[in-house]
Design a protein around this ligand. Structure first.
Ligand code: GLN
Length: 195
């Protein structure tokens, strides 16, 4: 750990921005809303919150953030995308496709759990990667991740389906870790940001 507190950006277009900032604060990191390329300067990591991926995708273009975020990740910045954020990180999306950033080698199927179970809470499977078993996962009109490439590590599954994956410094999470008190997903981002 460096002595100064890491600064983690939270994309400020839409979603649970305050709750992500609070989760970061609880872990001893400083949060910063990101709404312009200059806000990425000096960040150790970046969170793309959940919300509506179509809206956020348009916001990324409007705020001229597409290329700067891709460059931030390529330069080693840690990135966590939750729910809609995971869709935006994926290599491509299906079921009303949106333009994505192509930073995690998975395909995201939007709203994959159907209307019956638009929202639900489920524990991660017990055989999830060490440290993530029994994580309580809150799903809200969540996507499913398919066809993970060889560089993608599956950190947690629910009912066998990947819900938290990692590719180098990038995490795609199909649930909402900011809605529970469990710090593990944000802590994983901070650890990657510090590496
Ligand atoms: N259903 C949303 C989408 O496809 C994601 C929902 C969420 O982020 N909670 O963009």
């Amino acid at each position: 750990m460096t002595s100064s507190r890491p600064i983690i950006g939270v994309l400020g277009i839409q979603g649970d921005i305050e709750k992500h900032l609070a989760a970061l604060e609880r872990l001893g990191a400083d949060g910063r809303r990101v709404l312009a390329p200059k806000h990425l300067e000096g960040l150790a990591g970046l969170i793309l919150p959940g919300g509506e991926s179509t809206t956020i995708s348009k916001g990324l273009v409007r705020h001229q953030l597409v290329k700067p975020i891709q460059e931030f990740a390529e330069a080693g910045g840690a990135v966590l995308g939750t729910c809609a954020g995971a869709i935006l990180l994926s290599r491509e999306s299906r079921n009303h496709p949106v333009p994505t950033l192509g930073l995690v080698d998975v395909e995201a199927e939007r709203n994959a759990y159907g209307t019956q179970t638009d929202s639900f809470v489920a524990p991660a499977d017990p055989d999830s990667a060490s440290g993530f078993a029994d994580l309580q996962c809150v799903f809200i009109r969540a996507p499913r991740l398919h066809a993970a490439g060889p560089d993608v590590e599956i950190l947690a599954r629910v009912d066998g389906a990947p819900v938290l994956v990692r590719q180098r410094n990038r995490f795609a999470c199909t649930f909402h870790p900011e809605l529970t008190d469990d710090p593990r997903v944000h802590a994983a981002l901070l650890e990657a940001a510090d590496a």
